[in-house]
Design a protein around this ligand. Sequence first.
Ligand SMILES: [Zn+2]
Ligand SMILES: [Zn+2]
Length: 147
Amino acid sequence: MDCLLAFKTEKLRHLEEGCRQNGLAMTVQRRVVLDALAERTDHPSADQLYDAVRGRLRGISRTTVYRVLETLVGIGVVQKISNPESKARYDANTVRHHHVHCIRCQRIEDMHNSALHLAQLPTETEAGFTLIDYSINFSGICPDCRS
Ligand SMILES: [Zn+2]
Ligand SMILES: [Zn+2]
């Protein structure tokens, strides 16, 4: 089984479990939106996902895609990632990882760097927060925009 297929199968299982625990129906819209997001590495916006799914599911509306994404985030199957734009961007990978954002084309890709795993990070802040998780966001210029 290839990596993407394995990831999609795992996400589908996660969705089934999330729906069951929250008393939600496992609708075809939820499945299709999650599938389309799991296939991408560029962390699309809701509008970009709408463009990707409208060809696959006739009659799906933009509003439905927005609502489905909110549900998927709410049950923890998808995460909204922080980014410099005002538009939300989505990620089907909810395991901690880091991102790099292209300042020209707004593409966001995952960033894996062993130095980031070795960083000694604080467990609480001066304001008294107990830290439970973190992600680091880098910005730069992607190869397409550089050439
Ligand atoms: Zn770029
Ligand atoms: Zn990511």
